[in-house]
Design a protein around this ligand. Structure first.
Ligand SMILES: *[C@@H]1O[C@H](CO)[C@@H](O)[C@H](O)[C@H]1NC(C)=O
Ligand SMILES: *[C@@H]1O[C@H](CO)[C@@H](O)[C@H](O)[C@H]1NC(C)=O
Ligand SMILES: *[C@@H]1O[C@H](CO)[C@@H](O)[C@H](O)[C@H]1NC(C)=O
Ligand SMILES: *[C@@H]1O[C@H](CO)[C@@H](O)[C@H](O)[C@H]1NC(C)=O
Ligand SMILES: *[C@@H]1O[C@H](CO)[C@@H](O)[C@H](O)[C@H]1NC(C)=O
Length: 378
């Protein structure tokens, strides 16, 4: 009888669930979200414009010779955010903690649950569900199925932080329409790359909304930004591939080809080429103002006293300049009051940690940290 019920349940929810968990993908309409923003000193209309921006950002004296920021402003807007919530069918107290995942530049929410064949081994979503947690992942503003707002004036760093806070409040609200009727009592935040910077800013600003944070593709240091920008050779997406991206405004740009994508994301021999091909097939162009405004606002990471994990691929290009050895001790100084602080820099991978070989080892480390630091579930 019991097994017949399980079979019935899994057949019933086949469209969007495995037999172990159930998911719903929906659009969250956010209204009147406001944040500080910046006026930019440049505008991207043509391939020569983005080429010159690349030069200016990559030149050796970029920090003094080029200032992309012309002055302060504010942004207010309504945005549709495409998101997905999943929860285990066999609910335990652990399911009351939702893991909120924010992806990086060039990706969308599928970074956390890759849609390629055999992608389960690279899915932190599925690893978290197997541990009993609920999960939430979303397309950041300007990516995937979410609103493609103005890539110069609107899609900037600070508004992404406010969007993460708004989404978290909605998940924690009593009778939330976004949790498949699962009662959510706490949230733990995970971020990759640009999503890690957003999460790192969100934690100190809104500590009451999180139990702790886990960051990957992140060091908190910008020393090697220029080798990323130079290697990417970004292009105006609508002009590079009109069939795919023709509807995007010219301020949405993307690395020139699959090898430029992989240059940032992967390190040989620790990945499969088919996975890099999937990343390029699934990629979202990025809004130029996102990178231009990263690091322009300071957040007091020292004020954050909750759990912080930094889990790094040893060969991360943008975060560590291709080698994290001897780098992450500076990251530790940024989070000096985090308790506990857990920093790992030896995992054999490049920037997209989750998509390298042995990702299950990385997931175990991340989820162990979550499990050890979520209160009230033990
Ligand atoms: C929008 O939010 C601001 C505060 O951020 C508030 O003053 C204003 O009344 C809100 N507008 C609407 C239409 O809700
Ligand atoms: C959640 O509960 C409401 C009210 O009981 C019900 O109408 C709705 O179908 C439920 N949704 C899901 C996904 O179970
Ligand atoms: C940051 O937070 C720490 C710890 O609360 C505090 O001592 C320090 O003064 C703060 N720094 C700034 C710039 O506000
Ligand atoms: C970090 O470690 C490196 C290599 O051991 C060392 O050269 C550097 O001084 C250390 N930096 C800090 C801030 O401790
Ligand atoms: C990682 O994966 C490779 C290839 O599958 C395997 O040979 C290696 O032993 C694994 N390393 C660890 C630490 O598990």
């Amino acid at each position: 009888m019991a097994s017949a019920l399980v079979i019935l349940l899994s057949a019933f929810s086949l469209a969007q669930a495995s037999s172990d968990f159930t998911c719903e993908t929906y659009t969250v309409p956010l209204k009147n979200i406001s944040a500080p923003s910046f006026k930019l000193s440049f505008e991207i209309k043509t391939q020569f414009d983005i080429n010159d921006w690349t030069f200016n950002e990559a030149r050796r004296d970029s920090s003094t010779a080029f200032n992309g920021i012309a002055g302060p402003s504010t942004t207010v807007g309504d945005f549709d955010i495409s998101a997905r919530f999943c929860t285990p069918l066999k609910a335990t107290k652990l399911a009351q903690t939702v893991l909120v995942m924010t992806h990086g530049v060039g990706a969308d929410k599928t970074y956390w649950d890759p849609t390629l064949i055999g992608g389960e081994q690279y899915s932190l979503v599925q690893a978290a569900l197997a541990r009993g947690h609920s999960i939430f992942h979303y397309d950041r503003l300007g990516t995937g199925q979410s609103t493609k707002a103005d890539p110069h004036t609107v899609v900037q760093f600070p508004i992404q932080v406010e969007i993460l806070a708004s989404l978290t409040r909605l998940l924690l609200a009593p009778s939330s329409p976004y949790t498949l009727n699962t009662t959510i009592t706490s949230a733990f935040h995970l971020g990759h790359s640009f999503g890690a910077y957003i999460t790192a800013a969100f934690g100190p600003l809104y500590p009451e909304l999180t139990q702790g944070i886990s960051l990957s593709g992140y060091s908190g240091l910008f020393d090697w930004f220029n080798i990323l920008i130079a290697g990417w050779q970004s292009r105006v997406a609508a002009q590079l591939d009109p069939a795919r991206w023709g509807s995007l405004q010219s301020g949405y740009v993307t690395p020139v080809d699959i090898y430029a994508d992989a240059y940032l994301d992967f390190k040989s021999p620790f990945f499969d080429h088919a996975v890099a091909e999937w990343v390029t097939s699934a990629k979202s162009p990025y809004a130029i103002a996102e990178l231009a405004t990263l690091g322009q606002t300071s957040y007091n990471t020292s004020s954050f006293t909750k759990p912080v994990q930094v889990f790094q691929g040893r060969y991360d290009l943008s975060a560590c300049g291709g080698n994290c050895d001897g780098v992450l001790n500076r990251t530790a100084l940024l989070w000096k009051n985090a308790s506990p602080l857990d920093i790992t820099g030896s995992f054999p991978a490049g920037h997209m940690v989750n998509l390298h070989h042995n990702a299950s080892i990385a997931f175990a480390a991340m989820l162990d940290f979550v499990g050890e630091n979520v209160q009230g579930t033990k």
